[in-house]
Design a protein around this ligand. Structure first.
Ligand SMILES: [Zn+2]
Ligand SMILES: [Zn+2]
Length: 182
């Protein structure tokens, strides 16, 4: 394990959230266009705290998604600056909490803060760990030429190239065919 459990969960959530956008989703369509889709995602990741379930929240979460996608591939110095900006903007206040059977972990917003703000701050807090450990290179985008899915490479030697075995297999077949054709 490179990061603490809550950091790995937060990074996993960011990748899953980012992958609801049309350029990255399995269906290649917007997968965050309804409140139901947001609810499924939040439940899947056991996201706690306030949920309004309205259009405004949905729009704000999609905006947050865009910002986080942008952050993912920044170099370390730019990421540090962006994280500081996010935390200042949200007036984040780190505190240790224990809830829903989860052991002590960090929240930096109140549970009743708007969902999009909590998503941004939680991601920023996770990125603090990544930046401090100098592991930004583990935040990756799929190498497949037709896939922009984000993932966290937790392999020992950061050798992972694709978001999924599906993309890996697809690209292997393509490379094989290209070789066979020459
Ligand atoms: Zn929590
Ligand atoms: Zn992929």
């Amino acid at each position: 394990m490179f990061f603490t459990h809550d950091t790995e969960m937060a990074l996993g959530f960011v990748a899953a959230l980012a992958d609801t956008s049309p350029e990255a989703s399995d269906s290649r369509t917007e997968e965050l266009s309804t409140q139901e889709q947001l609810t499924v995602l939040l439940d899947e990741w056991k996201y706690s705290g306030r949920r309004d379930g309205d259009e405004r929240e949905l729009r704000e979460v999609r905006d947050a998604r865009g910002r986080l996608r942008g952050l993912w591939l920044l170099d370390r110095d730019a990421a540090a600056e962006a994280v500081n900006g996010l935390l200042a903007e949200a007036r984040a206040l780190p505190q240790l909490v224990r809830h829903d059977g989860l052991d002590w972990h960090i929240h930096a917003t109140e549970p009743d803060a708007p969902l999009a703000r909590r998503i941004l701050v939680e991601a920023a807090m996770a990125l603090i760990d990544v930046i401090r450990a100098d592991e930004m290179h583990r935040l990756r985008i799929c190498d497949a030429d037709d896939c922009e899915s984000l993932y966290v490479d937790l392999s020992k030697n950061t050798s992972r190239r694709f978001c999924s075995t599906r993309c890996g297999n697809r690209m292997a077949v393509r490379a094989y065919r290209a070789r066979a054709a020459t």
